[in-house]
Ligand binder design. Structure first.
Ligand SMILES: *Cc1c(COP(=O)(O)O)cnc(C)c1O
Length: 391
């Protein structure tokens, strides 16, 4: 079946007693067994019966099955946030003395996790330009436990060659972990490009319009024992599983994911084209634009669409603040891929706790505004951007 059909019609694990058309929310902590042996089998992973909702829950399992079906993956594991998905993955792969090979161009909290939190446990970051494959090859040594990348970096809008990074990683027997939050798995296949483990903040496109916080780890089964360890060790010991209520909302979100994404990506391209030559805007970064430096690689990897995130650069930090204050339709908010369009000044917010020198190293500019384009009419979004520039 095609993805659009699977998003609606992935079968339940067991027929519902009342024929419910959407997966019921199993709001329970524990499950009862008929006998001791069934109980032992469930606890030791020898059966698919749930035992305790920190580790398994029918509503969350259904969400995971739908994600795995859409991504054509061996397995998906759902977490309480995108950061929980990322931190559980990295704690699963790393150990004291190992290094994580990644870029300076990372989501702020991921950067702080790898550069700060994990460092306290003896796991070191190795920072490298992931668009320079030779530099990546040279940076790998026998301490490297994985390459971690974001498929479109935020807010630099940089796109590395996923296939080339996967080939380098596999030559050294390490997995390529990709944060694919910016382009949904209904749109492109990370697996076909060689990604071993995909992490997604399902808060974004999947939640169905910013209804809830969540994350997923998609395991393509290419890295030995990862999926088993994720469930048997990480979920049990770190305890950041998705809640059943969130899984319900995000399962409904998956049903409309492809339809919403197409409209948002179309809108983003229309907006980017309409504003790129407006006086007052120094630069628009959007890989869907034919003259964007990453246009060709975006086409090759992601197909016809390029997501719904774009950035604009204007004169100064003061101009950015004025622009944001002038907006009437686009909301002043963080987050990405809400149904409504959003604007934020990354340097003073998401990266506000880094100092100027750190921001410079990460290429976070004072002149950049990040826009997430929603489902409103493109004309209205464009009018609001034009209005914002009147300062
Ligand atoms: C939002 C985001 C995250 C973190 O996800 P949460 O659900 O907010 O924890 C990680 N990576 C990227 C690229 C994101 O946009």
């Amino acid at each position: 079946m095609k993805k659009q059909t699977l998003a609606i019609d992935t079968p339940y694990q067991h027929p519902d007693a009342y024929g419910a058309l959407s997966m019921p929310v199993y709001h329970c902590a524990a499950y009862e067994f008929d006998n001791a042996e069934e109980m032992a089998d469930a606890f030791c992973g020898r059966s698919d019966m749930p035992d305790y909702s920190r580790v398994t829950n029918p509503t969350v399992t259904y969400f995971e099955r739908k994600v795995a079906a859409l991504a054509e993956a061996a397995e998906a594991v759902a977490f309480s946030s995108g950061m929980a998905a990322i931190s559980n993955t990295l704690f699963c792969l790393a150990s004291q003395g190992r290094t994580i090979l990644t870029s300076r161009h990372l989501f702020g909290n991921t950067f702080a996790l790898i550069g700060g939190t994990m460092l306290r446990f003896g796991v070191r970051p190795k920072l490298c330009d992931l668009t320079d494959i030779e530099a990546v090859e040279n940076a790998i040594d026998d301490t490297t436990c994985c390459i971690f990348m974001e498929i479109i970096t935020n807010p630099q809008m940089e796109i590395a060659d996923i296939r080339a990074l996967a080939d380098v990683a596999h030559r050294h027997n390490i997995p390529l972990v990709a944060d694919t939050t910016t382009i949904p798995f209904t749109q492109f296949s990370a697996k076909a490009l060689g990604v071993d483990i995909e992490v997604v903040s399902s808060t974004k496109y999947i939640s169905g319009g910013a209804t809830s916080i969540g994350g997923v780890v998609i395991d393509y089964g290419t890295h030995p024992n990862f999926g088993k360890r994720m469930r048997q060790e990480m979920l049990m010991n770190l305890g950041a599983y998705m809640s059943p209520h969130v899984a319900y909302m995000q399962t409904v979100g998956l049903e409309t994911l492809d339809a919403r994404y197409r409209v948002q990506a179309d809108n983003a391209l229309t907006v980017a084209k309409a504003i790129k030559d407006i006086p007052g805007i120094q630069r628009v970064r959007y890989p869907g634009l034919a003259d964007d430096p990453y246009h060709d690689i975006a086409r090759r990897q992601f197909g016809e669409t390029s997501g719904a995130m774009l950035t604009i650069d204007i004169a100064s930090k003061e101009a950015c603040y004025k622009f944001i204050d002038n907006l009437r339709l686009i909301r002043r908010a963080t987050n990405l891929f809400d149904n409504r369009s959003l604007a934020i000044h990354p340097a003073s917010t998401i990266f506000g706790n880094f100092n100027e020198r750190q921001r410079e190293k990460m290429d976070i500019l004072d002149t950049t505004i990040r826009l997430s384009i929603g489902l409103e009419a493109a004309e209205d979004i464009i009018e609001d951007i034009k209005g914002g520039l009147k300062y």
